[in-house]
Design a protein around this ligand. Structure first.
Ligand SMILES: [Zn+2]
Length: 85
């Protein structure tokens, strides 16, 4: 919730804090994604935190989920980067 009480407003309440948010997590090759709460550290230098309400799964996500290349088989992995490009 924002500092003015409007949950849709931009808030400074999380600056420098660990937050909890939902993520679609893959725990293994081709396994169903698990939507769960994860903890996210505050942004470090040259990083920023954005609020993503909805996102999609793209071809790159699917490639990693299928693990076609052995180097891609690193789990757990969070999908849904499309909101940031
Ligand atoms: Zn993508």
């Amino acid at each position: 919730m924002g500092s003015n009480g409007n949950k849709d407003s931009i808030s400074n309440d999380t600056i420098g804090k660990v937050i909890t948010c939902k993520a679609a997590v893959a725990y293994g090759l081709g396994q169903p994604l698990v939507v769960e709460d994860i903890r996210v550290d505050p942004p470090q230098k040259m990083e920023l935190r954005i609020r993503v309400l909805f996102t999609s799964i793209c071809h790159t996500d699917l490639t990693y989920w299928r693990g076609q290349d052995e180097a891609q088989r690193i789990y757990p992995r969070i999908f849904g980067h499309e909101a940031s490009g």
